[in-house]
Design a protein around this ligand. Structure first.
Ligand SMILES: Cc1cc2nc3c(=O)[nH]c(=O)nc-3n(C[C@H](O)[C@H](O)[C@H](O)COP(=O)(O)OP(=O)(O)OC[C@H]3O[C@@H](n4cnc5c(N)ncnc54)[C@H](O)[C@@H]3O)c2cc1C
Ligand SMILES: NC(=O)c1ccc[n+]([C@@H]2O[C@H](COP(=O)([O-])OP(=O)(O)OC[C@H]3O[C@@H](n4cnc5c(N)ncnc54)[C@H](O)[C@@H]3O)[C@@H](O)[C@H]2O)c1
Length: 466
């Protein structure tokens, strides 16, 4: 049995903890490998944020002919060379992942990398199921950064179907003619955008009436309208049965008009993710979890067991890379300076959905504001109402802000339209640093006629008290 100063489980954000300040620590990293190739480096790098956004940008470029049409510029989409796109994306990603793995194994003398799944077998004791058999390791401190994995719903017949999740769909050998996507959340809408822009017919299956229904009510409604124009959206559906008929997948549904079937060559399951705490047998390690399987942590990321920290998707209610990275920095500090711990700050957490159109959001949605006692006013500014929006000929985008009617304190901001994730950043900054809407709108220059005038006007439109 080997004993370490520190064991880190998971090489997504967990991999970033070690820097030169840990050079005299005896450290083990345990990583089972992620995605179809069992890669090093976690979800975001290998099967999440980074490859998806490389495909999203490619999809946006493939849509240039549609954009050009309304501007009077005739463009044509020639070939979509899927294998070239895929190999370009993963040619970069795979090299970074294997470089990161090589660096830890070969250049970090104080680090032992176990490339196998680990599970707790006692307090601060992990059994690693190596190819040579189980190996037990113990440590003074553990960091659990084991992330999560896609949920596959229990549909009758699913085990006989050759389906994809976000872990595998980006490595398809060829583009299908048709793709069924189960789910209407982040993963579903990003891949619907990617594949439809590349010429695939999309059928999107949702359990509720709205697409991206967790977004602000006006944003979700607008996105749902646009989704119905782009894709075959089937809301309010329940999956009854699924079957593989040669190359074709047939899904039997119940909907508002009764029973129906949809068919496609490929199926993408995008119905949410679950934390990997079960794979780790957290209970055997005394590590408490909530009903949804997330590891319980306090504001310093400590779990219920002394010396065991957790971060990222395995414990956080936010399944976002910028949150996992923030929590990683908190854990890193608290490992190094246990007598002066710092806390995670989840007060202003933004997110973006990189679909078509993209969405970005921070703070309260209107439905959340309504459900609490908070007093608020809102304003909406269309892209079409500011000069650069005219240049874009945008007809669907808008920014919506919520603020306290007296102080002008910003409570939430939501943008749907081109460059939403960039445009929202000054609003995130204002909320984080307590800048009120009046000061923000009138206390600085806004470049004319640039797209951020959208934000300026949304702020100026707020019906604040005099
Ligand atoms: C398709 C997709 C797109 C996304 N896009 C974005 C985006 O644009 N922006 C954004 O902010 N977020 C995005 N996310 C979310 C983001 O990827 C995650 O929030 C983030 O990667 C979580 O990091 P983590 O370190 O907590 O876990 P991970 O990066 O998942 O790392 C966990 C690691 O632990 C390993 N592991 C698990 N169990 C064990 C075990 N028992 N033994 C050994 N090793 C184990 C896993 O193999 C994995 O490598 C996306 C996610 C997906 C799926
Ligand atoms: N741009 C980003 O930051 C980004 C991108 C992708 C993923 N992520 C993260 O990953 C997480 C997981 O993404 P996701 O899209 O898998 O989850 P999600 O929670 O966003 O969406 C899952 C959707 O599937 C629906 N659903 C569940 N079971 C279903 C069923 N049987 N049939 C049809 N629909 C069903 C749910 O109602 C929900 O709308 C996100 O919450 C997000 O935090 C972030």
């Amino acid at each position: 049995m080997r004993h370490f100063d520190l064991v880190i489980i998971g090489t997504g954000s967990g991999n970033g903890i070690l820097d030169e300040r840990f050079d005299d620590w005896n450290v083990a990293i345990v990583e089972k490998g992620i995605g179809p190739n069992g890669a090093y480096g976690g979800t975001c790098l290998n099967v999440g944020c980074i490859p998806t956004k490389m495909f999203v940008h490619t999809a946006d470029v493939a849509e240039a002919p549609q954009q050009g049409e309304k501007l009077g510029v005739g463009l044509e989409l020639g070939e979509v060379r899927w294998q070239e796109i895929r190999d370009r994306v993963f040619g970069r990603i795979d090299a970074i992942a294997s470089g990161g793995r090589r660096y830890r194994i070969e250049d970090n003398a104080n680090v032992t990398v176990y490339e196998a799944p680990g599970r707790f077998t006692d307090l601060r004791e992990l059994t690693v199921d190596t190819p040579d058999g189980p190996e037990v390791i113990t440590a003074d401190r553990f960091v659990v950064a084991a992330g999560g994995r896609p949920i596959v719903p229990d549909i009758d017949g699913i085990e006989s179907v050759d389906y994809h999740t976000s872990d595998t769909v980006m490595r398809l050998e060829r583009l299908p003619r048709r793709l069924i996507i189960l789910g209407t959340g982040f993963v579903a809408t990003e891949f619907a955008h990617i594949f439809s822009a590349l010429g695939v017919e999309i059928t999107l299956i949702g359990r509720s009436g709205q697409v991206l229904r967790a977004e602000d009510v006006d944003i979700s409604q607008r996105f749902t309208e646009i989704a119905h124009r782009r894709w075959d959206v089937r809301p309010d559906r329940v999956e009854k049965r699924i079957e593989q008929l040669g190359e074709t997948i047939r899904l039997h549904l119940n909907g508002p008009e009764g029973a129906e079937t949809v068919e496609a060559e490929e199926l993408l399951i995008a119905t949410g993710r679950r934390p990997n705490s079960d794979l780790l047998d957290t209970a055997a390690g005394g590590v408490e979890t909530a009903a949804d399987g997330k590891i319980k942590v306090d504001s310093t990321q400590r779990t219920s067991v002394e010396g065991v920290w957790a971060l990222g998707d395995v414990s956080s209610q936010y399944e976002l890379k910028h949150v996992a990275n923030h929590e990683e920095r908190v854990v890193q500090h608290n490992l190094l300076y246990p007598d002066s711990p710092v806390e995670s700050d989840h007060s202003v957490v933004p997110h973006a959905v990189f679909s078509g159109p993209p969405i970005a959001s921070v703070g309260l949605t209107e439905q959340e504001a309504r459900a609490t006692d908070v007093r608020y006013v809102t304003s909406i500014q269309d892209y079409g109402g500011v000069a650069y929006g005219w240049a874009l000929e945008d007809e669907t985008g808008f920014a919506k802000v919520l603020a306290d009617p007296d102080s002008g304190r910003l409570l939430g901001a939501h943008i749907i339209g081109p460059e939403a994730s960039t445009l929202i950043q000054p609003l995130i900054q204002a909320m984080q640093f307590g800048l009120d809407a009046r000061s923000m709108a009138r206390g600085q220059y806004w470049i004319h006629p640039a797209m951020p005038e959208l934000v300026e006007n949304a702020l100026l439109n707020l019906p604040l008290a005099e």
